[in-house]
Design a protein around this ligand. Structure first.
Ligand code: LLP
Length: 430
């Protein structure tokens, strides 16, 4: 049970709301978000990363899960936002987020995205490559604007996580490598660009990382780099260091995450220590959590349909969603836990089953070989910890409409995003 989840009369409640009532109201499949849990995590970040005390910043990585409602929520909690595309930027803009609080990421921003970012006045571009640097300068010159930027650096840290979500190592499509000198060439280049102000450096070492050590190594590398750049370039004054996201969360019993506070405190202490050693003024530190803010707060609710028992082989319990609303099991072999919402407490006989999705694809398996109580067609199944990279990576494969998104808190439910209709699916076809 995560956050505000509790069991009353054998039924799972989230945010004080009976999940079976949600099913009646919104049907399944459905994403449910525990608003109190997200707000509590935001507050834990703000406090332990010393946002008010030291002026550090926490930017929510919108790629994990972004709707206008989520933008408003993180904004109210005092977070900034990291966006990676024109679409995410536009969502934040329409939600009324102050553009100054936006960091614009991406390893291949298009010309139109660069223009949109500058026109809307995003706070910082996190520049990934020479092409982007040239585009920004050109557009700023033509329009008589200036833009503050960070350089994204590939620091050469190999964090232990799935190879698709590892990003800090040298062989990476992201950022300017330190090792081949590209970063230093970029620094030379930006000095000639009058409409760009380089104010900071950024790195992101990967995602779903449980160890603190790689982050501490990153802090050291980045602070040393900041000192080196500032000392060797009279006309550059780096004052901001962005350490990216990546803190790991609980999905199943195998995961033993540390708390947000433990991570933040270790990072802040390390930064203080290194700054003292290097004898430099403490820069503004930024962190960009995605998963650790929303993963545990989100769940997906399905209805069980076919139950196929293949004697002595396997029992497939199929639900009315699958890889279209959660691609992570098929893409990363990610593991999840599940429960039967309408008889959550019933222990009884446990069965080993495989939870399958409804897509025409053998790989559309949500959970392989999990233990579950007596289960029947029509039961309501919940998978937990689907808040990050679920909705945001959802697809319309098999022309399956996307699930609605509902936030629950204090006994109330709020619809943040409607279910797609068949008409919505065809709306863009000509
Ligand atoms: N900042 C940057 C520059 C990033 O690239 C990412 C994630 C984050 C922050 C947020 O990282 P987090 O705190 O969420 O770990 N789709 C994959 C995860 C991809 C992460 C991409 N970058 C998954 O479902 O596991």
């Amino acid at each position: 049970l995560q956050g505000t989840m509790e069991i009353k009369d054998n039924v799972l409640h989230i945010g004080g709301v009976n999940t079976l009532d949600l099913v009646k109201k919104y049907k399944t499949p459905l994403y449910v978000f525990d608003e109190e849990l997200i707000r509590n995590k935001c507050r834990e970040y703000i406090k332990s990363f010393k946002v008010k005390e030291n002026g550090n910043k926490v930017a929510y990585a919108g790629k994990a899960f972004l709707t206008k409602y989520m933008c408003k929520l993180v904004c109210e909690e005092g977070l900034c936002l990291d966006v990676v595309s024109g679409g995410e930027l536009y969502t934040a803009y329409k939600a009324g987020m102050p553009m100054e609080n936006i960091l614009f990421h991406g390893n291949n921003k298009t010309v139109d995205e660069v223009k949109l970012g500058i026109e809307l006045g995003v706070g910082r571009f996190v520049v990934d490559n020479f092409y982007e640097l040239d585009l920004i300068e050109k557009f700023c010159l033509e329009n008589n604007k200036t833009q503050k930027i960070y350089f994204r650096v590939t620091p050469g840290i190999d964090a232990h996580t799935h190879k698709y979500i590892r990003t800090g190592q040298i062989d990476s499509k992201f950022g300017f490598a330190l090792i081949n000198g590209d970063f230093y060439k970029a620094v030379e280049k930006v000095k000639q660009y009058k409409n760009i102000e380089l104010v900071g450096i950024h790195a992101h070492i990967g995602s779903q990382i449980f160890e603190i050590k790689p982050f501490l190594d990153e802090v050291e590398i980045m602070l040393k780099l900041l000192k080196e750049v500032n000392e060797n370039n009279d006309d550059i004054n780096l004052t901001e260091v962005d350490l990216g996201g990546g803190i790991g969360v609980y999905y199943t019993e195998e995961d033993k995450p540390k708390t947000i506070s433990e991570f933040c405190e270790a990072i802040i202490n390390k930064a203080d220590e290194v700054c003292e050693e290097l004898n430099i003024k403490r820069p503004t530190l930024l962190i960009e959590p995605g998963r650790s803010l929303v993963a545990n707060a989100g769940s997906t609710i399905y209805t069980v349909g076919s139950i196929k028992e293949i004697k002595n082989v396997r029992t497939y319990v199929s639900v009315d969603g699958g890889m279209t609303d959660n691609i992570r099991p098929s893409l990363y072999q990610a593991d999840y836990e599940c429960g039967i919402v309408n008889k959550i407490n019933k222990t009884g006989h446990n069965h080993k089953v495989t939870i399958a999705g409804k897509c025409c694809e053998s790989g559309d398996i949500l959970i392989s070989d999990t233990e579950i109580g007596d289960i029947n067609s029509g039961d309501i199944l919940i998978t937990t910890t689907t808040g990050a990279y679920g909705y945001s990576m959802a697809s319309n494969y098999n022309k399956i409409p996307k699930n609605p998104v509902v936030f629950v808190q204090n006994g109330e439910d709020k619809l943040a995003c409607k279910r797609q209709s068949y008409e919505d699916l065809l709306a863009l076809e000509v």
